[in-house]
Design a protein around this ligand. Sequence first.
Ligand code: FAD
Length: 233
Amino acid sequence: MESKFEWGLGNCSIFVLKPCNLKTLSAIVFADEDGHRLNAGGRILLKNQHGENITAKYVVITVPLTILKDGDITFVPKLPADKNRAINTIQMLRAWKIICQFKRRFWPEKLHQIYSVRGFSSEIWMWSRGSAVNDDNCHVVVGLETAESAEQKSSLSGQQVLEGFLSYLDEMFGTPSDPHPATDSFLDYVYFHRSNHLFIRGGYTSLTAHVHDLRHLFARPVEDRLFFAGSKL
Ligand SMILES: Cc1cc2nc3c(=O)[nH]c(=O)nc-3n(C[C@H](O)[C@H](O)[C@H](O)COP(=O)(O)OP(=O)(O)OC[C@H]3O[C@@H](n4cnc5c(N)ncnc54)[C@H](O)[C@@H]3O)c2cc1C
């Protein structure tokens, strides 16, 4: 378990637990040795997968929803049934992002964002800075794909996503005299597929029908000691 930040608030300590040397939080024990729920004074026991322990009076859980769905963390006793229902029902599908740098701006100056529902990347942003007096130029296009469309492309490598993205930009911005503006002016790229990360396994929690109330259930603390937070809410 990784870092401990001491805050200058009397004896209040905040531990931030992150996977470190593959030590991940594997259990939150919220009961005494006889299996009874802790009273207000009792401390919550946190275990990693090597059996190392720390205790805390309050716990804020910010791991991605996928980690809770997959049962990486055992709760003793089990979380309330309605919270488990929320965890199991709310979806967290895939998402990836690609950031490409170009030698020149090949899109209209005032164009900054494109929503392209059936395109290779459904959301595209462009950012450009050019200087008339020196070489301080930077032209960047970002592609974001989420949910089912990202699932469909989940087996593509970074290079394949790059090729698909460049040819999609060429298709949009190519002209008879300049048919491959993106491919021809491409400099460099970064690709990140969050769903493939060992400790994240997903992109965003998707707003699907009938989950609104479940989000409230999911966010609700357990006995004012165990709190749930993070972008999954
Ligand atoms: C493709 C993509 C691109 C994005 N780009 C941007 C961007 O450009 N700018 C921006 O502001 N936001 C961006 N976001 C949103 C941003 O990434 C999220 O809002 C933010 O990371 C959410 O923070 P979080 O702490 O809730 O979850 P996370 O950042 O997912 O953090 C959860 C943490 O829990 C840890 N964890 C998992 N299992 C355990 C365990 N068992 N024990 C202990 N720890 C564990 C994980 O390692 C991770 O560190 C992007 C999101 C996606 C999907």
